[in-house]
Design a protein around this ligand. Sequence first.
Ligand code: GLU
Length: 300
Amino acid sequence: MYADSTKSLHYVGRFAPSPSGPLHLGSLVAALASWLDARAQGGRWLLRIEDVDRPRTVPGAAQTIMDQLRAMGLHWDGDILWQSQRDAIYQQAFDGLTARGLTYGCGCTRREIADSALRGNGPALDGEHPYPGTCRHGLPAGRQARAWRLRVPEGTETFVDRWLGPQQQDVAQAVGDFVLRRADGLWAYQLAVVVDDAQQGITDIVRGADLLSSTARQRILARLLGAEPPRVMHVPLITDPDSGLKLSKQNGAAPLDATQPLAMLTQAWNALGFSPCAASTPASFLTQATAQWARRFALN
Ligand code: GLU
C-alpha cells in the first residue's frame, strides 16, 4: 500500500515502547519516524512491548499504547513481542556469555561507584558514572555479587547514524563494564534489547536521540552474541517549551489525543522538520509523508 514491495530491500524495523505510561508527542515522533522508514523501504514494522522492568510497568499502559498507535494509523506487522515473557531467552544469552568468561558478578553499590567517580574515573553519562572495574578480577573478600556485568573490550566503537552522521564512543572508558543483570535480579534493558533485536532479525532501529549513547554498548553486545548490529537512526527529542526538558512520562508530558490523530501526526511531522503535508485524513497524511520520507532517506 505504501511502497512497492517487489522493489524492497530486506528491512525489519521496530517500535519498542516501555509501558510506563501512555505515548506523548515525543514518543509519537519516534514511532512515526520508525513507521515511515519501514514503509518507505517496503519493510516490516514490529511492535515490542519493553516490559522487562517490572517496577516501572504501569498496568494498562501497553493496551493504551496499542490503542494510540491504531488511532494514529500506525499499524504493526505480525505478533507483539512482550519482554516479560522472555526471561528464559535472556538467561540463555547471558549463560552463553558467562560460559565464555565475558560476564562477572559485581558487589558494588551505586553509592560506591559514585564515590569512586569523585576520585576521578570520569564524568557521568546519562546520570550513571563509569564503572571503575572494581570487581573485574574477582569480588573483594566478604562481598556478594549483586549485579552482573559484561567485560567490555577496549577500543573505540564507530558507526554512522542515518540522522546524525558519524559517531564514536570508547565504551570501556565512557561507560565501563555495564550491567546485564541488575541487583534486583531483573534483566537489564541493554541485554534484553540486543537479544530481541537479534532474534527478531531487526535490520533498522529508528528511535529517539536519548538512546544514541546506548548504541555503542548495544553494538558490542550484539557482536558478542553473534549478531550483526542493526543500522541506526536517532531522531530529535521534543522539549517542553516551558521547562526546556525532554518531554517524558516522568515529567508529566500530556498523552496523545487519540481523537485528533491528524493534528498529532502533523505536530510530530513538523517536529521532524519536514514541510507540511496537505492532507485531510490520517491515511492521506501517512501516504504523503511516506513518499517524502522515501525521497529523503532512501537506502540502497
Ligand atoms: N524501551 C525504550 C524506551 O521506551 C526504547 C528502546 C529502544 O528503542 O531501543 O525508551
